[in-house]
Write a protein that binds this ligand. Sequence first.
Ligand code: ZN
Length: 68
Amino acid sequence: MNTATPAGNRDPAVPAPLARPERCDRCGAGALVRVTLATGGELHFCGHHARMHAARLLEIGAGLRSAL
Ligand SMILES: [Zn+2]
């Protein structure tokens, strides 16, 4: 008899609710990307606006990473 815990039956993977649900600074949708500006500022964008501004943000040295 195999007593090992099946891989699919470990800790219930309940996603913790975000402590601070960030919103896109442009449209108010849930933010997917957090942008750290070279100046120290921070912006948040939904997927749509992140894609729209990514090239420009990278150009000015901003750091983009997932907000999730
Ligand atoms: Zn947006």
